[in-house]
Write a protein that binds this ligand. Sequence first.
Ligand code: CMC
Length: 428
Amino acid sequence: MSETAKLELDGKSYELPVVTGSENEKGIDITKLRAMSGYITLDSGYKNTGATESAITFLDGEKGILRYRGYPIEQLAEKATFLEVSFLLIYGKLPTRDELTKFKESIKKHTLVHEDMKQFFTAYPAKAHPMGILSSLVCTLSTFYPESLNPNRPQEAVDLTIHRLLAKLPTLAAMSYKNAMRHPTMYPNNDLDYIENFLFMMFAMPTEEFEVDPVVANALNVLLILHADHEQNCSTSTVRIVGSSQANLYTSIAAGISALWGPLHGGANQAVIEMLETIKQDGGDLEKWIQKAKDKDDPFRLMGFGHRVYKNFDPRAKIIKKACDDVLGKLGIQDPVLDIAKKLEEVALSDPYFIERGLYPNVDFYSGIIYKALGIPTEMFTVMFALGRLPGWIAQWKEMIENGEPIGRPRQIYVGANERNYVPIDAR
Ligand code: CMC
């Protein structure tokens, strides 16, 4: 007999089905709860609420496990390429050599963006944050491909939109950087692979020879893989909920980029470096900053610490920390900010406040230091996160559409005024 949960309410008893995932994760299915009892559940921040059944990413926050489609993140980060992982997330299986070649060729065909899109850049101020530009321009792509407005098209047509997005996001990201620098745009070089081409568009100049540094390209490959999916986080849930209204893929991804921008989510990588720089300029008194982070009356938080689901360690941070040492060593970079980061980690990890609350360095704590070493400017850090997260967002959107999931529409408990009569303005 299948497992059920018993709920007693107002002297009545309700049986609710228990759902078990493939890793033995348990959930109580409350889809019929309101119809049966008139009650809803309340869960601010969705800390205990599963919004979907998903076959993409498995994460165990207590054990520090992260797997894409069953494959451990450690193996993928060490052995795979970002596009191979993208294929895996989106299509559910590792590609054969032939499938990967076709996937790469299709993406290469779409790396250019329409020339008219360049005109938008002339209107953005030089100090425009690249995340604002990226989100707007990804939404704008939908206006260039009106046929993509319907998300329920044959697989081939949907694949074209998916490949266009994967191809064009690095181009748009690099264009927004060049715009900030007021440097000429570098068009994609399709002789290069995905990551090399991105580095080319970011750092090459029309007047100079450019060679991709393999240390930089390899580090970026690992970083993008580590960011590629993370199940139902804030930006991914945003993509799914926007997409659930049958909005098109471009605009669903644009919404995800906006959600990622916040400093409690992807924007933390920029905030970490800014925090470390501030601590350095302030004289490096770590105790003072730790105290500030612990003080409930002070809004300051240690950026790059803590995670909604990881309470022991973030497996991505473990891999990144090692990659960080490797990259800085290979590039011969001595970064005083890294020394502060290491000391901060030590002090925080031995402090009962952080231990009791399970606050450990997360993926963003070290990624900013690597991006800095790779020559990527601070305001572009969250854009790098978006480039990495793109295949995950696409895979989650595709799964949601293919499963025919209903429109996302949470309920609420109303706590406002009871009914009262309108009072004319002179009588108030
Ligand atoms: N510094 C100091 N105290 C903290 C921090 C921090 N970074 N993070 C959480 N706390 C405290 C918090 O004040 C609370 O204390 P108390 O129980 O005494 O009220 C307790 O720890 C639990 O925190 P919470 O805010 O209820 O936890 P949450 O799951 O809602 O928030 C978080 C998770 C990641 C938003 C939060 O830890 C945070 O703000 N961290 C800093 C921002 C950051 O690094 N974000 C990147 C996350 S990793 C990238 C990604 O996947 O998005």
